[in-house]
Design a protein around this ligand. Sequence first.
Ligand SMILES: Nc1nc2c(c(=O)[nH]1)N(C=O)[C@@H](CNc1ccc(C(=O)N[C@@H](CCC(=O)O)C(=O)O)cc1)CN2
Ligand SMILES: Nc1nc2c(ncn2[C@@H]2O[C@H](COP(=O)(O)OP(=O)(O)OP(=O)(O)O)[C@@H](O)[C@H]2O)c(=O)[nH]1
Ligand SMILES: [Mg+2]
Length: 426
Amino acid sequence: MDTVFALASARGRAGVAVIRVSGPLALDAGIALCGSLPGSRGLRTLVDASGEVLDEALVLVFGEGHSFTGEAVVEFQVHGSTAVTDALLRRLGEIAGLRLAEPGEFTRRALENGRLDLAQVEGLADLIDAETEAQRMQAQRVLSGALGKKADEWRRDLIRAAALLEATIDFADEEVPVDVSPEVTALIDRVQQSLATERDGVGIAERIRDGFEVAIVGPPNAGKSTLLNALAGREAAITSEMAGTTRDVIEVRMDLGGLPVTVLDTAGLRATDDLVEGIGIKRAVERAGAADLRVFLLSDGEAPYGMEPGPDDIVVQGKADLGRQGFAVSGRTGAGLDELVSRIQKVLSARAAHAGTAIRERHRLAIIRASEALENARIEVSGGPDRAELAAEELRSAVRALDSLVGRVDVENILDEIFASFCLGK
Ligand SMILES: Nc1nc2c(c(=O)[nH]1)N(C=O)[C@@H](CNc1ccc(C(=O)N[C@@H](CCC(=O)O)C(=O)O)cc1)CN2
Ligand SMILES: Nc1nc2c(ncn2[C@@H]2O[C@H](COP(=O)(O)OP(=O)(O)OP(=O)(O)O)[C@@H](O)[C@H]2O)c(=O)[nH]1
Ligand SMILES: [Mg+2]
């Protein structure tokens, strides 16, 4: 196994930067740079091959089996300039047996050494990408091993069900065979229900990770683009007194009360003979229709045109500063903005509450495969004791599908995909 090193903190000017070395030669590399290593942590002067001082560093030492990767690890916390980190990385590269780590390689080693399961690795990737509070909390839940715990519970129930069935196979010749089917069915149903909940939460978990879409729609000139700009805090969209200003869909990503949201500004909806405006309106309807939520911004008294508000959609009057009836906002003065944001937040966080511990399409597919096998198992169980063997086989196939969630089986083919998006030094 190679010993690898990388800058673990972000590149560029910073108070402190962290460089990590992991692998069998980590401690030797540490000694080469520091002269002597501290027991667990200590301040050391790092020198290059000719004894020239590189920097004063806080050095952390982790023995094999007691580090993030599970390998021997030495970390150097140095002054965070590019010159210092470059010099240190150059020096480490000179040491025989050491090479620069690939993106995600530390985490890959943590996985190989059983420090993390596959779902935790995905949680860690999400945690590093997290920009909002909801993303952080979701990633943390997965990183803590919540999906692995669920998978263990499902596995335990299914293995117990399979064992009950197998016991009847062995005793099939007995005079009065015990009917295990009620207990087996109950175990299968319990797992099925839990799987269904997790499966249904994946879509929302993906929204939390990738962002919700909220579209602003309404008639031309209602103040949609001005509202977008007010929410974004910058002039993202062109505004003008001309009806029909916005043509393309303008997207701005923002943090709305901890939720990642992409707000879409769209072309004003109306009947038009203008070809380009017509294309814009078609796009507006398509994108707004596919969005998670729509804010209908209306001109005074007008009814929505071209699209109907759904039950969760928000209907609000624009240009509140001109005196409007009911709930109104003004992108120009900021009136009503807090109320609008809190209404959006309320709708989306009610949905976000349905996210579970399965958070990716990969998880959803494994759950569906398991669920299908359980469906088959149930049919076999109801076919009587003669079908016990087949039922047990379906249960084992469900267990295999669930094992793939945490990487107990079928790992290799998905690892490259998962690690492809990791940053260097993680
Ligand atoms: N400096 C530093 N900070 C870091 C990390 C790291 O690798 N280095 N982490 C990496 O992503 C995260 C923390 N995760 C970690 C997980 C396990 C161990 C570890 O060495 N565990 C030992 C006990 C070490 C001790 O108690 O001193 C063990 O489990 O035996 C370290 C960090 C966030 N902060
Ligand atoms: N008084 C007042 N004027 C506003 C407000 N918001 C926008 N306006 C003005 O109304 C006009 C239209 O604003 P836009 O934001 O471009 O309207 P829009 O809904 O994006 O229009 P289209 O892109 O054509 O569909 C501009 O002259 C804005 O300055 C507001 O809250 N109060
Ligand atoms: Mg506009």
